[in-house]
Design a protein around this ligand. Structure first.
Ligand code: SF4
Length: 306
């Protein structure tokens, strides 16, 4: 009897629990769970049947989902056909570009057109000397112009490599407009021949180009006015050796006031050009004993000439 009573109480408890669950489901709107198991089974069978009916109505054109076998072994998803995206040729892509931007010819130009050899002909020494002479003109830059007959610019070979520089024109030079043509000039000619050259092989000029009165030594301002032209001449000639004749020329080129005995028998440089200082021929005419010393100086000049 006790077991029967317990069983009845258990059934009542289960019935209460079922009512409680149904009440909760109704309150939450999930009646499905409140339906009886038979109702849920009926609904589960009805759903695939409805799908089959819709398939039939559409003539099989549409499917709501793959069949079970298809889901188990899905066939490869058909890929959309890849459009042909080959780039058009440059001609067809930009048909007008050929005319807008004609293809440049990148071939290197021939050597003749690539580097046309520039012709940089420097004026010859003769031409430059002519320019200097033209610039000098009928010079009146110092007082010596007043007493001159001729301006004595200089003469000789522009390519000899040896330039003699004296002090200034004397009487004969002023008359003829040529340097070293008097007695001193004759001695200079002999000195030049002594070293195996001819006068015409050398270039001869002076510190001042106009004769100082009574053959006096040129004054400082006279030398300052005329020296730029001498320097231009030397730069145009570009000799191998410069030979200064006398103290005036030596001091002018060395820029010093040292006497001859201190500057001779040495090799100086004038703007990089070897410079030998020796006695003026006019001095040697008055002091023949110094000719031997002058000869030593000339031998040094010869050595420098090579
Ligand atoms: S000595 Fe020279 S600077 Fe003087 S006037 Fe003659 S050329 Fe000119």
């Amino acid at each position: 009897m006790a077991d029967e009573k317990e069983l009845r109480e258990l059934c009542e408890a289960l019935e209460n629990l079922r009512w409680t669950v149904e009440a909760c489901c109704r309150a939450g709107g999930v009646q499905e769970w409140a339906a009886s198991p038979s109702a849920r089974r009926a609904k589960a069978v009805a759903a695939p049947r409805a799908s089959a009916e819709r398939i039939s109505e559409d003539g099989g054109r549409k499917t709501e989902g793959p069949p079970a076998s298809a889901k188990r072994h899905p066939s490869p998803t058909p890929q959309p056909s890849v459009p042909d995206v080959r780039l058009p040729s440059s001609d067809t892509r930009h048909p007008a570009s050929a005319t807008r931007h004609p293809t440049p010819d990148l071939r290197p130009p021939s050597s003749a057109t690539r580097h046309p050899t520039p012709v940089l002909r420097l004026p010859s020494s003769d031409a430059r000397l002519a320019e200097i002479r033209a610039a000098l003109g009928e010079c009146s830059r110092c007082r010596l112009h007043a007493g001159r007959t001729h301006l004595v610019f200089g003469e000789g070979s522009a390519n000899s490599g040896l330039v003699f520089v004296g002090e200034g024109p004397g009487f004969d030079e002023d008359k003829q407009g040529r340097p070293f043509i008097g007695r001193a000039g004759k001695l200079l000619d002999r000195m030049i021949r002594a070293i195996g050259l001819q006068r015409a092989d050398t270039y001869i000029c002076n510190v001042v180009k106009c004769r100082p009165p009574n053959n006096r030594t040129p004054q400082e301002e006279e030398m300052a006015a005329c020296l730029p032209f001498l320097f231009q001449q030397l730069e145009a000639l570009e000799p191998k050796v410069i030979c200064a004749l006398g103290a005036c020329a030596s001091q002018a080129l060395l820029g010093s006031s040292k006497p001859m005995w201190q500057v001779r028998a040495k090799i100086h440089l004038w703007r990089g050009i070897p410079l030998i200082c020796t006695y003026h021929p006019a001095y040697l005419l008055r002091n023949p004993a110094q000719k031997a010393a002058a000869w030593q100086d000339l031998k040094e000049v010869l050595k420098l000439l090579g």
